[in-house]
Design a binder for this molecule. Structure first.
Ligand code: ADP
Ligand code: MG
Length: 352
């Protein structure tokens, strides 16, 4: 029997031409079945609306492959939109409400590029929020390079399932779940793409026994890939942090990252400049890659600048040995100030 779900599954691989991502994953296709008719609505940005014939052909092909001749009447309607956020707001209503799962406020930590300090910031933000007295979960969704197992000294840990719920690992007062805990061997090839990745992210959010949290910090993989789409489909993201370093700021990646968040209507908490300077013993600050690049970008895009985090030599060591508690008071204070800014911004965002 042809069902709505089967139709949706069969349309995997049909890409939205503007973002080059699956329509299905972007939630831009509606399917309606009535008697012998299949009515498909496709939402399409005006810039690429002229691609509709091509897309229609692809959809027909996919349906043929999946259902052969038994497929009845197919009507495909294209709806022109100026911005996909209009569509997504509609879809969002059907999405699991984060409040229902007691996730508190969901903070996504993003960047255009890897190696800029997303994981470092996610981990230290979570630890600081905890020190400020909140109940905090930390979710490591970086399929390409999960950091939490190493940073917390938990390599080889596998998550347990109890009462049909995945049990997070508790360490340093945080509830932890990492995609690294779901892949037993370090060198297991990552075949999680598309729907598999989507399923894993959805499970890590909605099937985990988070109990009740004040904040859930999510460490995302770099770039404008599928993970942010999956997260956005699985939960209401209350705000995103963009992490950048100044030497990479010129790269178009940061802008792509910001544009992606704006397109998905994810509120942006702000942009933070990581590893921006080294502080000498005499208090002098040496800016490694020049000063002011990230602020400029923040102004250009009209997003909040969350400040500079210096290059802190012992951060690397603590991250690699699982000795996060060894961070100095001074380092902890830097991240605590950052965490306070994040909380304030989240409060502003949620009332505006
Ligand atoms: P990402 O998650 O964006 O790939 P990481 O957080 O893993 O980046 O950071 C990349 C490397 O830079 C790691 O070795 C990390 O220890 C180091 N690093 C990140 N932020 C800082 C910082 N503020 N001071 C010193 N080293 C840092
Ligand atoms: Mg990382």
């Amino acid at each position: 029997m042809i069902t709505k779900d089967k139709i949706i599954m069969s349309l995997r691989g049909v890409k939205e031409p503007f973002f080059q991502k699956d329509f299905i994953q972007m939630n831009l296709i509606d399917v309606d079945l009535s008697e012998n008719n299949i009515n498909i609505k496709v939402y399409l940005k005006e810039e690429v609306f002229d691609k509709k014939e091509e897309i229609e052909k692809k959809i027909q092909e996919k349906l043929k492959i999946a259902f052969g001749e038994q497929i009845g009447n197919v009507n495909i309607e294209f709806i022109k939109v100026s911005d996909y956020s209009q569509v997504r707001r509609r879809v969002k209503l059907e999405v699991l409400d984060s409040k229902k799962a007691n996730l508190g406020k969901v903070i996504a930590v993003t960047s255009g590029k890897g190696g800029v300090g997303k994981s470092t910031i996610s981990i230290n933000l979570a630890l600081s929020l905890r020190e400020l007295g909140f109940k905090v979960g930390l979710l490591d969704a970086d399929v390409y390079g999960p950091s939490i197992p190493t940073a917390f000294g938990l390599e080889g840990t596998i998550l347990e399932i109890r009462d049909k719920k995945i049990q997070p690992i508790e360490k340093f007062g945080l509830k932890l779940v990492s995609i690294g805990f779901m892949i037993p061997e370090v060198d297991t090839p990552l075949i999680w793409r598309g729907p598999m990745l989507h399923k894993a992210i959805n499970e890590m959010v909605n099937q985990v026994d988070w109990d009740s949290l004040d904040y859930l910090v999510v460490d995302l993989p770099p770039g404008t890939g599928d993970a942010i789409l999956s997260l956005n489909n699985s939960v209401k993201i209350d705000g995103a942090i963009v992490v950048s370093t100044s030497q990479k700021v010129a790269a178009a990646d940061v802008m792509k990252n910001i544009n992606m968040l704006k397109t998905l209507s994810i509120p942006i908490i702000g942009i933070v400049e990581n590893m921006s300077f080294i502080e000498c013993k005499n208090g002098e600050k040496i800016y490694l890659w020049g000063k002011g690049g990230v602020i400029e970008l923040a102004q250009k895009y009209d997003i909040e600048f969350l400040g500079e985090i210096p290059f802190i030599p012992n951060v690397v060591q603590t991250m690699e040995t699982g000795n996060l508690v060894m961070l100095t008071e001074q380092t902890k204070n830097i991240f605590k100030e950052f965490a306070k800014k994040v909380i304030n911004r989240l409060n502003v965002i949620s009332v505006s």
